[in-house]
Structure formats: C-alpha cells, structure tokens
Design a protein around this ligand. Structure first.
Ligand code: CTP
Length: 379
C-alpha cells in the first residue's frame, strides 16, 4: 500500500492547483519496485511531467509542505511534509542525462517525456513508473518489462553502456542481487566484466568518483548479508573500482558483530597497506580514520605484548564497533586483554596522593603496580 500522504498530494493538486501546477505525477524508482514486490517502502520519489518546482511551491503555498532544497541543474526539489513532519520527499522533473565521460556527473536536460526519463535509469526493475491519479487510482508504465524481471528475480540494465557510463551501477547491481536474492543476468555479468577490465574504470575512486563509490559501497555494506555482497564483488572483480592495485579482501566470517559499515569495510580491506588512503577517498570521517589507524598501529606493533595502562584505556575508549573490529582481527587477543584488564590496579590516584605520591609519580606508581599484578597473574 502507498502512504496516505501520496494520495493527499494527488487529490490536493486535482482540487486546487491551477494549470501551471497540474501535470502528470508519477511514483518512480525503488518505491515502485518495493510496492510491486510487497516490500516496505522507505523513500518515495515523485516525478513531475512538467515541473517539480511548481508542484513544490504549490504544496508550500497550501501549507502542506516546506521546500528544503532546490537542485536547479537537475530539476529536483526536496520537500518536508508539515504532517507527518518527519517525512521528506524528493520531487524531480522528468529528465534525460548525458554522461560526458565514464563516471562523470551526468548533465540533465528537462522536462522530458516519461519514457525518456525511464530510459536513463539503471535497471529494468527500477525503471517502472506508476502514474498516480485521483481516487487512489494508478496506471503502471513498464516499457522495459521490469515486472517480468521482478518475477524472474533478475537484474538487468537497460542498455549496454549503462555500467560504463555510471560504474557505481556495478555496486548497485551487486547490492540488489544480494538484498533481494536476485541473480544478475548473464548479459549483465558480461557487461560488468567488460567494464571492469577497462583501464579508466580501475581505481576510479582514486580519480573522480570516490564519494559516490563510497555511498554505494556504504549501502551494500549496510545489508545484514554484506559478506555475500563482498564475495560477489570479489567474484566479479569489482574491488578494482577502489584501487588499481590488486586488493586483498578478508572474507572470513566475524566472531563479534560489526554493526557499522565502516568497521565492516575496514575488516574486509584490512590486509592492504594503503587502507587509510582508501578510506579517505571513500569519504570516511576523521574520527573513524583515527580509530582504524590506531588499531592498525597496535596490531603492527603487536602492542599487547608490551602492555600499559594507557594502551588498555585507549582500547576501551574505542567505539564498540572498532573494539569488535580489533578482536575480530586478533581473536587470540580477547583472553590476553581480559587478563590485562584484571591486572589494572584498583587503588585510586587520591589514595596514592595520601600516600605521598605526586605529579608524574602517581602514573609511574600505577604502572608499576599494574606490571606487578600482571606478573603475578601470569604465574
Ligand atoms: N538511479 C539510477 N542510477 C543510479 C542511481 C539511481 O538510474 N546510479 C535511479 C533508479 O531508477 C533508482 C532511483 O534512481 O531506482 C532512485 O535511486 P536510489 O534512491 O539510489 O535507489 P532505490 O532504487 O530507490 O533503492 P533503495 O530502495 O535502496 O533506496
């Protein structure tokens, strides 16, 4: 079922809009796909035959929604509904897209006929539109036989150049295949391999599209079965999008859960010397890079063999995700670390002050007690 607010918008336009605003309005993209297969719809993308901005301004005047942002070069507008207030919708104007070179941001030309807009899309299953009509009626527009591919559980692009023009679609194909347990069509497998063999595609993240590749990788790694996605990336050779060098991918199942995509990616890419560089290219936040850099250092230095109170504190200060990352990478350290924690001196710095220690001596004393406890525990 489509959300109530979708029909409210259609009815409002029908009742109150003037000729400038009145136009065909379609639901497109993932929302249609998910509607047709009975999945929960998370994001609604509405497509306007003539002008998304005209619709957005009308909804704002009618006090139905607020305009959040306008993206003129793409003819898109983001709006926020007044009620329910937590809902944001993307409104777009029908457009075609021209890619000047592989991986480029496309140049948009709008408005266009709906069929032309559908033809710029990634997969047949994502290129179905519902023309929304008053009284909760709709018409399915499916010029690429997307419904048949939904039935056959098959991922297919609309034309042979699609992966080359937008190589992030390779990651999207893998994501949809893993998410819905669909297969990528034979022709698409061939197109993907051909695309990945082209020199300009290898290391694309290093050249231009790091952030966009990062976004699609994030969405793939957010799936519960992200390891299946990573395996499929390995099978297809899709890691080459990240780096020209042959990356080593760690596909071992984890012991401890890694809820965030960043920790998952760090786990997969662990054995590569340029890990931090790669993460920077993909748009990782500094705070996360720092934690991963710290883990990398202590593993390289085998730091648990020269333990200190500071080291234990630093490990315990890691976000849970990165704490788990460390012990997934070094499972044998789990018991070793428990022992170190047991050896932490129970005495409070205040008590040491009362005993006459001051300044730097306090930490030195604590460290001394720690090493002493450790020796005892190891005996
Ligand atoms: N799209 C595309 N090529 C891309 C990205 C998106 O053609 N590289 C089109 C597809 O028609 C897609 C729609 O834009 O369905 C919306 O994209 P997006 O929100 O990224 O994905 P969804 O298909 O909605 O999937 P999800 O449910 O994961 O959000």
């Amino acid at each position: 079922m489509l959300a109530k607010f979708i029909w409210e918008i259609i009815d409002l336009v029908e009742e109150k809009a003037d000729e400038k605003v009145k136009q065909k309005i379609y639901l497109v993209g993932g929302a249609v796909r998910d509607f047709l297969i009975g999945e929960e719809i998370i994001d609604y993308d509405l497509l306007c035959e003539k002008s998304a901005l005209a619709l957005a301004e009308f909804l704002q005047t009618e006090n139905y929604a607020q305009i959040v942002s306008i993206h003129e070069s793409f003819g898109t507008v983001k709006i926020q509904l007044n009620s329910p207030a937590n809902i944001q919708l993307d409104l777009a104007t029908t457009r075609t897209e021209i890619y000047e070179f592989s991986g480029a941001l496309p140049i948009a030309q709008y408005p266009q006929n709906i069929n032309i807009d559908l033809a710029r899309r990634d997969f047949t299953i994502n290129a179905i539109a519902l023309e929304l009509k008053p009284n909760q009626e709709f018409e399915i527009i499916d010029i690429f036989a997307g419904q048949a591919d939904l039935k056959n559980k098959c991922i297919k692009v609309l034309h042979d150049l699609s992966y080359f023009e937008d190589p992030t679609r390779i990651l999207r194909a893998i994501r949809f295949a893993v998410r819905f347990n669909y297969k990528i069509s034979e022709i698409d497998l061939k197109l993907i391999t051909e695309t990945l063999n082209k020199p300009q595609i290898q290391g694309l993240a290093e050249k231009i599209r790091g952030i966009r590749i990062g976004i699609e990788l994030k969405r793939l790694l957010e799936l519960n079965n992200y390891l299946d996605g990573a395996c499929l990336m390995t099978e297809l050779g899709a890691w080459t999008l990240l780096s020209k060098e042959n990356l080593i991918i760690n596909l071992n199942p984890t012991d401890l859960p890694l809820p965030s995509w960043q920790a998952r990616l760090a786990y997969l890419l662990w054995n590569n010397h340029n890990l931090l560089n790669l993460l920077e290219l993909l748009g990782f936040e500094k705070k996360i890079q720092k934690q991963i850099g710290f883990i990398q250092n202590i593993i390289n230095q085998n730091a648990l063999n020269q333990p200190s109170i500071k080291l234990i504190k630093e490990i315990n200060n890691l976000d849970l995700d990165f704490y788990n990352l460390l012990f997934n990478l070094r499972p044998a350290w789990q018991n070793q670390f428990k022992l170190l924690e047991k050896a932490l001196p129970q005495i409070k710095p205040l008590e040491l002050i009362e005993q006459g220690f001051s300044g730097i001596e306090i930490n030195q004393r604590l460290e001394y007690l720690f090493q002493e406890n450790l020796l005892r525990l190891k005996q």
